[in-house]
Unconditional design. Structure first.
Length: 113
């Protein structure tokens, strides 16, 4: 598995999580990286992007609540989500932007009281 996400779990509305995704140096160093999510019964959607130079963009649905970052030494990209809502419930994956690689291991986030 080239892309492994972790850090999900069951969280109450209003809570926070930090997701991590580790990949190979080849993938990480050569690409902008991003997070995607797929809610039950819905299509996968893009959540956030961070380029190699650090330019960041977020989907409107998470803007103001999310923070994406990358650690080049660890080949890891992070996503912190604050003020979690039930509609954030999904399986979260990371991949390159644009997506070039097979989906690896995702991490499930459930927001529920």
């Amino acid at each position: 598995v080239q892309l492994q996400a972790s850090g999900g779990g069951l969280v109450q509305p209003g809570g926070s999580l930090r997701l991590s995704c580790t990949t190979s140096g080849r993938i990480f160093s050569g690409n902008a990286m991003g997070w995607y999510r797929q809610a039950p019964g819905k299509q996968r959607e893009w959540v956030a992007t961070i380029t190699r130079g650090g330019t960041i963009d977020y989907a409107e649905s998470v803007k103001g609540r999310c923070s994406i970052s990358r650690d080049n030494a660890k080949n890891t990209v992070y996503l912190r989500i604050n003020s979690l809502k039930p509609e954030d419930t999904a399986v979260y994956h990371c991949n390159s932007i644009p997506r070039l690689y097979s989906w690896g291991q995702g991490t499930e986030v459930t927001v529920s009281s």
